[in-house]
Design a protein around this ligand. Structure first.
Ligand SMILES: *[C@@H]1O[C@H](CO)[C@@H](O)[C@H](O)[C@H]1NC(C)=O
Ligand SMILES: *[C@@H]1O[C@H](CO)[C@@H](O)[C@H](O)[C@H]1NC(C)=O
Length: 393
């Protein structure tokens, strides 16, 4: 055989292998209707290039190591108690008297759920049972009532009283369509709840397919406590994630995860009901939290890689890559540029970058899901870490 023929045969076999995907490894093997969408990536020249040359996040203190797995959201209650956090196994815990105690849970079938010994648990240990055991992501206290509002990825929008226990459901649908991937929540003083649904198609366990497909079925929603109705404020968002009201309540910002951007949605004034770009970020944003000065801390899961940028621009390439029998975890590694890299940024209410903190080597803070500022310290949670990192400002 000539070289060309050999190559031809190899190519054919490869095409056949990929086409048949005999080991069912393609991340989209279970999604027959999988479709890729264009991502509105800003031109490379418009991406922010600020760098924390000192890798200041590496100076964080690691707390509660191997006591908790996958703390995403971190909150303190109105009396300053806490932190409270939601874990991979579905529980919401409270740090009380130097101990983690069970505070609340979202699933009525909690008795069916186990917590593995922490040495045996990984961030992925509970993924298969998340829809039964719950996966609390966004957490927020109502400043007046002391109730804790919960965005559970699988069980929808919920709340629980200051005494904890089983949370009650506020809604599992919006305008007649079931919620599929509730992600983050904020609540104003009147009890109006603003929350995000990352996708109408993909659940949390399929977040890679959600990112790679460029799926734009994500929504930003409002739950009205008087009518108990949920309405869609913004549709066709690509992976909406964190959400935070501004200090004065005149607007909220929310993350557009796939593009790597924050949008601002006006609640009051002339522009009420409209949204605009707030900031182009340094990577894929997760939660956003406002501090006492009214500035926004944004957790960036990972700095934008060239791979993420190019595949974002070219949906065709993404479609081919996802159909290859390359396991999701490997595709994830490509997406984050081969290594973990935690980034935190602070923005003024006008959208001006005020601070950037990084751990470019992923030595301490490997990936960030949320940053909560309290008494001069940043409490840093991550769905991928078995601890909370605390950074002194
Ligand atoms: C980070 O921590 C190290 C060790 O505690 C210290 O020597 C260094 O000055 C700190 N760096 C900054 C920029 O705070
Ligand atoms: C809990 O169990 C009941 C009875 O088996 C079932 O109908 C319900 O869907 C379950 N809920 C969850 C969240 O798994």
């Amino acid at each position: 055989m000539t070289i060309t023929q050999t190559l031809g045969v190899v190519f054919l076999l490869f095409a056949l292998y990929c086409g048949l995907d005999p080991f069912n490894h393609s991340p989209v093997a279970n999604f027959p209707d999988f479709e890729v969408k264009k991502v509105d990536m800003p031109p490379w020249s418009q991406l922010p290039n600020d760098i924390d040359h000192h890798n200041l996040l590496q100076n964080s203190t690691v707390r509660f190591l191997k006591q908790i797995q996958g703390p995403e959201s971190i909150v303190f209650d109105n009396l300053g108690r806490g932190p409270y956090t939601g874990l991979a196994d579905g529980r919401i815990l409270l740090w009380n008297d130097n101990n983690w105690v069970d505070f609340a849970y979202t699933s009525p079938n909690r008795s069916l759920c186990k917590t593995l010994p922490i040495e045996a648990a990984t961030p992925f240990s509970y993924v298969k049972t998340e829809h039964i055991c719950g996966r609390p992501l966004g957490l927020r206290f109502h400043k007046k009532t002391g109730e804790l509002y919960i965005a559970d990825a699988y069980l929808g929008l919920m709340k629980v009283g200051p005494e904890g226990g089983l949370a009650t459901s506020l809604t599992t649908e919006a305008e007649g369509v079931p919620l599929r991937f509730t992600n983050d929540v904020d609540v104003d003083i009147e009890g109006n709840v603003y929350f995000t649904e990352s996708s109408e198609i993909y659940q949390r366990r399929n977040f890679m397919q959600l990112v790679f497909s460029g799926d734009d079925s994500g929504k930003v929603l409002k739950y009205n406590p008087t009518t108990k109705e949920t309405t869609v404020l913004v549709r066709n968002v690509q992976f909406p994630n964190g959400i935070s009201l501004s200090k004065d309540g005149s607007f909220f910002v929310f993350s557009e995860g796939t593009i790597g951007r924050l949008r601002k949605y006006w609640l009051k004034g002339e522009k009420a009901g409209t949204s605009e770009i707030f900031a182009v970020l340094h990577g894929a944003p997760d939660n956003v939290r406002v501090n006492e000065d009214g500035d926004f801390w944004v957790a960036i899961h990972c700095r934008r890689s060239m791979y993420a940028y190019l595949t974002g621009l070219y949906p065709g390439i993404r479609g081919v890559l996802l159909r290859l029998p390359i396991p999701t975890k490997v595709q994830y590694l490509f997406q984050i540029g081969g290594k973990q890299h935690g980034v935190i940024v602070k923005y003024s209410p006008e959208g001006k970058l005020l601070q950037i903190l990084e751990d470019s080597e992923g030595k301490v803070v490997r990936a960030v899901s949320e940053v909560e500022e309290k008494d001069g310290q940043l409490w840093i949670g991550s769905v991928l870490m078995p601890f909370i990192a605390v950074y002194k400002l």
